[in-house]
Design a binder for this molecule. Structure first.
Ligand SMILES: Cc1ncc(COP(=O)(O)O)c(C=O)c1O
Length: 405
């Protein structure tokens, strides 16, 4: 018997820890930008599994790669060589510009944990036992494990889990003087998202990351860029820091989310001089870098490049931004449009984001409200003008239908 939404909700309430307030829909199938629920209703997906399905749902190249590898070999651990792992590492290093080495993880938080451990070991070797401090940004999000939660600059997510892992300080994004004051002889790294995702889609201002890189060089501190959400062509470029307005050269880049189009994998990519701080036994994972997920990632990156989805993200993102700005002028309900490529957000004057996302779901739009005022758009990068127009039309109608005055 097939699961129904009603039965699944009962099981969820009875047996699942209540960490998520799920929306009242159960998706059973997807294709490109489209999702289908258990009753066969079609939706346009502007969430993409929280920015993880950049190629769109059920991409045939990924399905084929996974099926082939599943039938061949799934798991032997990192104690042995396997197919695809090192080929994928070479591809990742190629995307980031050479002279680097990779550690594979299973998620974004795990990738950031790996980067923090690497930076601490590098710092201690450089300036002694106390050189373990990491400076991150207010409103940042780096994960929910204990160290990455401490790195995250959102007190509301941290307070109930105190005491936090020590060694993290937070400064406002885009304030180079505050960063300058926060970096001390005990700092081993500065860790930033080029565009803060979970915090509300707040971008680094043009030139800021280059200034941060200069400061890191002057003070002999590592620059870690968390590209978990911004990576894999989400903003047009392979990684956001490669965009013209940023042009930074980080020592360490972390990535995850879209690397295998929705399968769990993360990566820490560090310059050789930093990467070589890790020695056998320093870090590890049972599953990470397994042949199934690595073959999926190779297929994913190949298709992202082959289908020029970075170019499409840039074009569709620009189009959406222009149209959303027109909508803001027309409706007088939107305070700000932020973001780059297909990582965009609309900030409402009134706390209406949840209500609008719920109305969107009724109309067959999958939308993500971050808090009461912000609606974030992270569609698969196959999103074209037609899908963007469908979003704009529905959003316009919802704004008028739900207007309070
Ligand atoms: C920038 C950033 N870093 C880290 C993470 C954590 O990734 P994961 O949920 O895969 O652990 C996220 C997740 O949203 C993220 O956006």
């Amino acid at each position: 018997m097939e699961a129904t939404l009603e039965k699944t909700r009962e099981l969820d309430a009875a047996f699942h820890m209540p960490t998520y307030a799920r929306k009242p829909v159960m998706f059973v199938r997807g294709n490109g930008m489209r999702l289908y629920d258990d009753a066969g209703k079609e939706y346009l997906d502007f969430v993409a599994g929280i920015g993880a399905v950049n190629l769109g749902h059920a991409h045939p190249a990924v399905a084929k790669a996974v099926a082939e590898q599943m039938n061949k070999l799934v798991q032997v651990s990192n104690l042995f060589y396997v197919e695809h792992r090192d080929e994928l590492a070479e591809v990742l290093v190629g995307l980031l510009g050479g002279g680097r080495k990779v550690f594979f993880a299973n998620s974004g938080a795990e990738a950031n944990e790996g980067a923090i451990k690497l930076a601490r070991k590098w710092g201690k070797a450089r300036r002694g036992e106390k050189c373990v401090g990491v400076v991150t940004a207010e409103k940042s999000f780096h994960g929910r494990t204990l160290a990455t939660l401490a790195a995250t600059g959102q007190p509301s997510k941290q307070e109930v889990f105190e005491p936090l892992t020590p060694g993290f300080t937070h400064v406002p994004l885009n304030d180079i003087d505050a960063l300058d004051a926060a970096v001390t002889a005990e700092t081993c790294a500065v860790m930033l998202e080029p565009i803060q995702g979970e915090g509300g889609v707040f971008p680094a201002t043009p030139g800021y990351l280059a200034d941060v890189e200069r400061l890191c060089r002057e003070r002999d501190v590592l620059l870690i860029l968390d590209e978990v959400q911004t990576g894999f062509f989400r903003t047009g470029a392979a990684f956001a820091h490669q965009r013209e307005e940023y042009r930074a050269d980080p020592d360490v880049v972390t990535c995850a989310k879209a690397m295998a189009n929705g399968l769990p994998i993360g990566g820490v990519v560090a310059k050789d001089g930093v990467a070589n701080e890790f020695a056998p036994g320093d870090h590890g994972s049972t599953f990470a870098g397994g042949p199934v997920v690595c073959s999926a990632a190779l297929a994913t990156v190949g298709a992202l490049i082959g289908e020029d989805l970075g170019g499409n993200a840039e074009r569709t993102g620009e189009y959406l931004k222009v149209k959303l700005n027109e909508m803001a002028a027309d409706t007088q309900q939107i305070d700000e449009i932020r973001g780059t490529g297909l990582m965009l957000a609309v900030q409402f004057g009134q706390p209406r984001a949840q209500e609008i996302a719920a109305a969107g779901l009724e109309r067959g739009l999958v939308l993500n409200a971050i808090g009461p005022h912000i609606l974030r758009f992270l569609p698969p990068l196959v999103c074209g003008k037609a899908e963007a127009d469908a979003l704009l039309e529905s959003l316009h109608a919802i704004l008028y239908e739900t207007a309070t005055c």
